[in-house]
Design a protein around this ligand. Structure first.
Ligand SMILES: NC(=O)c1ccc[n+]([C@@H]2O[C@H](COP(=O)([O-])OP(=O)(O)OC[C@H]3O[C@@H](n4cnc5c(N)ncnc54)[C@H](OP(=O)(O)O)[C@@H]3O)[C@@H](O)[C@H]2O)c1
Length: 335
C-alpha cells in the first residue's frame, strides 16, 4: 500500500550531489543521465499519491527531467493532468530547475487533425498540453513519430513556430531513423531552431539504433535520449521468479505481454543478472549504464511504478563504466 505523502514538500538539499548531467548534442542544455517518463503509472487510473511520491523522490535524487506526451494516461491526457497537479502542489517553486517535455504525433482526438504531423495538429496539441499541465511553456516539444505523408518542412516549421511563440524552449524528434534525423536536423538548422534531441527506443534487447543512428546523431549535433532502456522491466529482476501480479506484464492493455516471459528469456536474464551482481549493481542499473556507454548518449529515460525503483535506477550513476571483459560477457549472455 502506498504511504500518504507529506503535504509540504521541500526538496533534498543535496539533490545535485550525485546525479550526472550530460550535454544534449551541440546545445547548451544538459540532461540528467537518468530521466523519468510518465507513460505508465501516472494516469487517471493510477494512485495520485504514488505518482506524487515518485516525482518527489526523483527530484530529490537530481532527476530534473520529466517526460510526457499528449496521449499518456490512461485515459489519454491524464498523465499531463497528474503532472500539472504535482507541479502545483510540490514543484511550483522549482520550475526553473525542471526540464519538462511533451510530444504530439500519435492519435489524440478524432478527425483528420488529431494525429500525425500537420501544423494544425502540433500547434493545437501543444496548447492543450500546456493547459493540462498549467504551464506557460514546456522545455522540450517533440514530434512523436515521423509522418510519411506530411512534408517534413511543415512539421519542422511548426516546431520552429512554437519556439518563436515562446511555448517551447527547445524542440526534438522521436522515433526518427538515421536518414529522417539528418533531414529533420538540416531543416531545423536552416530555420534557426536546432534539433535538440531524438528520443528513441534502445536496450540490450532492442539494438536498432546501433548501425547508423548513433553516428548520425553525433554528426548532426543532436542528442539521444533512450526510452524503454529496461525493455519495460525485462532487463530488471522483476520477472526472475515469476510474473508478479502488479507488474506491467500482468496488466491488461500494456505493450509488454506475459508471453514474452519465456524460459529462453529467463535464461538470458539470469546470466545478465549474474554479471550485474559481479559489478556490484542490480540488473536494472547495469542495463541503464549499458545504454549510456556511447558518446552520443544523453539520457536513459526510465519508467517506474514505485519509489524504490526510482532510487535503484538513480543510483546507476555510481557505476557507469564497463571493462572490455564485462562488455564481452554481456554480448555472450545476449547471443
Ligand atoms: N517516444 C516514444 O515513442 C516512447 C515510447 C515509450 C516510452 N517512452 C518514454 O520512455 C519512458 C520509459 O518507458 P518504459 O516505462 O517502457 O521504460 P523502462 O524503464 O524500460 O520500463 C519501466 C518498467 O520497468 C520496471 N522497473 C523500473 N525500474 C526498475 C527497477 N529498478 N527494478 C525493477 N523493475 C524496474 C517497472 O515495471 P513495473 O511497472 O512492472 O514495476 C517499470 O514500469 C516512458 O515513460 C516515456 O516517457 C517514449
Amino acid at each position: 500500500m502506498t504511504q500518504p505523502v507529506h503535504p509540504h514538500y521541500l526538496p533534498a538539499e543535496d539533490r545535485y550531489h550525485n546525479m550526472a548531467y550530460l550535454r544534449s548534442g551541440r546545445s547548451g542544455l544538459k540532461l540528467p543521465a537518468i530521466s523519468l517518463g510518465l507513460w505508465h503509472n501516472f494516469g487517471g487510473v493510477d494512485t495520485l499519491e504514488n505518482s506524487r511520491a515518485m516525482v518527489r523522490r526523483a527530484f530529490d535524487l537530481g532527476i530534473t527531467h520529466f517526460d510526457l506526451a499528449n496521449n499518456y494516461g490512461p485515459p489519454p491526457g491524464s498523465a499531463e493532468d497528474t503532472f500539472g497537479e504535482i507541479l502545483r502542489k510540490d514543484l511550483h517553486a522549482f520550475r526553473d530547475e525542471l526540464i519538462i517535455s511533451t510530444k504530439a504525433g500519435y492519435y489524440m482526438w478524432p478527425g483528420p487533425y488529431g494525429e500525425w504531423g500537420s501544423r494544425k495538429y502540433l500547434i493545437s496539441s501543444l496548447d492543450q498540453s500546456l493547459k493540462r499541465m498549467g504551464l506557460e511553456y514546456v522545455d522540450i516539444f517533440y514530434h512523436h513519430r515521423y509522418d510519411p505523408e506530411t512534408p517534413l518542412e511543415e512539421t519542422m516549421s511548426a516546431l520552429d513556430q512554437v519556439v518563436r511563440q515562446g511555448k517551447a524552449l527547445y524542440v526534438g524528434i522521436s522515433n526518427y531513423n538515421a536518414e529522417q534525423t539528418r533531414e529533420a536536423a538540416r531543416i531545423l538548422r536552416e530555420l534557426g531552431t536546432p534539433c535538440l534531441i531524438n528520443q528513441v527506443s534502445y536496450s540490450m534487447l532492442n539494438r536498432w539504433v546501433e548501425p547508423d543512428l548513433l553516428d548520425a546523431a553525433e554528426q548532426e549535433g543532436v542528442g539521444l535520449i533512450f526510452f524503454s532502456p529496461l525493455a519495460q522491466g525485462m532487463l530488471t529482476d522483476r520477472y526472475l521468479h515469476g510474473v508478479p501480479e502488479d507488474s506491467r506484464a500482468a496488466k491488461p492493455g500494456t505493450f509488454l505481454k506475459r508471453e514474452r516471459i519465456t524460459e529462453e528469456y529467463l535464461t538470458r536474464a539470469r546470466k545478465l543478472n549474474a554479471i550485474a551482481l559481479m559489478r556490484g549493481q542490480t540488473l536494472a542499473q547495469m542495463a541503464l549504464a549499458w545504454v549510456m556507454r556511447h558518446s552520443a548518449s544523453t539520457s536513459a529515460l526510465i519508467g517506474t511504478s514505485t519509489v524504490q525503483q526510482v532510487e535503484d535506477c538513480a543510483a546507476t550513476v555510481q557505476q557507469l563504466n564497463f571493462s572490455a571483459e564485462e562488455l564481452a560477457a554481456i554480448e555472450a549472455a545476449l547471443a
